[in-house]
Design a protein around this ligand. Structure first.
Ligand code: ADP
Ligand code: GLC
Length: 472
């Protein structure tokens, strides 16, 4: 089958979070299963763009509102990612350094989607599936079915994967002319609570909707940032498919970012050498359990609870624990986390910003990874941590619930808690310190973690089954 993935992010071309990791890996594994999976994304001005060779495969133009835009589709020449990567360049709109957070994001992503559909409409043949990801590409199923210039694409089945339903791409009806002329009878597909809601529109128009874990799918029916009723109504076409991880990129055996490579046979020395790098660089104590947090410093991740929880843990545990934080997001939380650098020298450190290399060393060198998320559609960090023998401490929600079992439960290997509260986090940190003291038990748990298979090899086929149902 020929599958076209459309996404705002794709690792290593452009990454803000897990969406990039998924879109950068899933197509490769689908190709290994004998299919032809391709990715189309905006041409962000990133290092990957400049470091690689591209060829122009298509040039054309479209009209959006009162303006006409020229667009160019370029393709990475060597297929080095294991799939064909196409980028859409729209002069002045997409060729920017950041992926999101511009005041004209609505216009940018509408233009991106129109360019993709316009390009598809000019192909000599039809792909078997168009698979869109999150709200930045969720208007595409609508455009293919209801926009007058493109509705000859209506027979191509579409799949929408929701990586995060918190962000829906809302746009006022005053921006309706950003969408190419559509059949007026279909306006109800665009509308949700008197605004154009691209994610809701994708849920209504896509042939199938997937979420990135089964538990998240169940949660959305009663907690979906305003879309609960829609999920209840469309439940029959929705399914949760657990994300996998790219075992080639995320492998302690040959990860080129980490200080020392290791396997299940020599994890004790290997993890220690990586921990040494972290302790040296961040002034921490190698003998103490090292708990790390990596991620966006936002409410969904309960980042606001970290300063209090860390302060309490260091006080209550009498400094028998070390912390290292890597992340960026809410300015208030960033400031509070940075302020702790001075209060707890030798026990705590934080690095504000995005650092791919450091994140890998942290997965490899830490003893525990903390994820107290309020909302976690899947979560990849806990799976990366597990692959590197780092014990996940997670709140039982979404994908965290589907991937981590408490070590005191049958078959377990992690530390789990139920409520996103400082108290629950503190209690779990106490349990971590206790577990760290029991070297025998910890060693058995690490071996168990490193043996767990969360790879895409397992999950990629689930998407193929859905595509096959749609195209027969
Ligand atoms: P989300 O997509 O909600 O942010 P995920 O757990 O799915 O959460 O994926 C997060 C991805 O982003 C992981 O690859 C993680 O290592 C990476 N990441 C998040 N914050 C940072 C950071 N500050 N520096 C480096 N990598 C980061
Ligand atoms: C989103 C979610 C995260 C998920 C990722 C990849 O960013 O917040 O939980 O792992 O997408 O699907």
């Amino acid at each position: 089958m020929e599958i076209i993935h459309v996404s705002a992010e794709c690792y290593p071309m452009a990454k803000a979070g897990g969406l990039a990791d998924v879109v950068g890996a899933l197509p490769k594994y689908q190709n290994q299963l004998g299919h032809i999976a391709k990715v189309v994304m905006p041409m962000h001005r990133t290092k990957f763009l400049y470091d690689n060779d591209w060829e122009v495969v298509h040039k054309s133009s479209f009209v959006m509102g009162p303006n006409s835009f020229e667009y160019t589709i370029i393709k990475e020449q060597t297929n080095k990612l294991g799939f064909d990567l196409y980028c859409v360049d729209i002069n002045g709109l997409l060729d920017r350094e950041k992926i999101y957070s511009y005041s004209d994001d609505t216009e940018r992503f509408c233009a991106f989607q129109i360019a993709v559909v316009d390009w598809l409409s000019k192909w000599q043949h039809r792909p078997d599936i168009v698979h869109v990801h999150d709200h930045h590409s969720a208007l595409i199923p609508f455009m293919m079915q209801h926009c007058i210039a493109y509705n000859h694409l209506a027979a191509i089945p579409t799949v929408l994967t929701i990586h995060n339903a918190q962000y829906q791409g809302w746009m006022g009806w005053d921006k309706q002319n950003y969408i190419p002329a559509w059949d007026i009878r279909s306006w109800g597909n665009l509308d949700w609570n008197d605004t154009i809601n691209p994610l809701a529109c994708g849920i209504k128009c896509a042939a199938r909707v997937t979420t990135v874990s089964p538990s998240y799918m169940e949660e959305l029916v009663y907690d979906a940032n305003g879309l609960e009723k829609l999920f209840q109504y469309e439940k029959s076409k929705c399914v949760g498919i657990l994300n996998g991880i790219d075992n080639e990129t995320w492998s302690p055996v040959n990860d080129t970012y980490i200080t020392d490579n290791f396997s299940i046979k020599n994890f004790e020395e290997g993890k220690l050498i990586n921990k040494k790098t972290l302790c040296k660089e961040f002034g921490l104590d190698i003998k103490k359990p090292l708990v790390v947090f990596i991620g966006r410093l936002v409410g969904e991740k309960s980042a606001d609870l970290l300063p209090r929880a860390i302060t309490d843990a260091l006080r209550d545990l009498d400094g028998a624990i070390n912390f290292l934080i890597l992340g960026s997001g809410d300015a208030n939380v960033e400031q509070q986390l940075l302020a702790l650098n001075n209060s707890f020298v030798g026990y705590y450190n934080s690095q504000i910003g995005y650092n791919e290399k450091l994140s890998h060393i942290m997965y490899a060198g830490a003893d525990f990874l903390l994820m107290p998320s309020r909302i976690e559609p899947c979560g990849l960090n806990q799976m990366y941590a597990m692959r590197y023998g780092t014990v996940p401490i997670v709140r039982r929600t979404g994908g965290l619930k589907d991937t981590v079992i408490d070590y005191e439960d049958p078959g377990g290997f992690g530390i789990c808690f139920d409520r996103a509260t400082v108290w629950d986090i503190s209690y779990s940190l106490h349990r971590a310190v206790k577990l760290y003291g029991d070297k025998n038990k910890l060693s058995k748990i690490i071996k168990k973690l490193m043996n767990i298979d969360n790879s895409w090899e397992k999950s990629a086929g689930n998407y193929i089954s859905i595509y096959q149902q749609l195209s027969t």
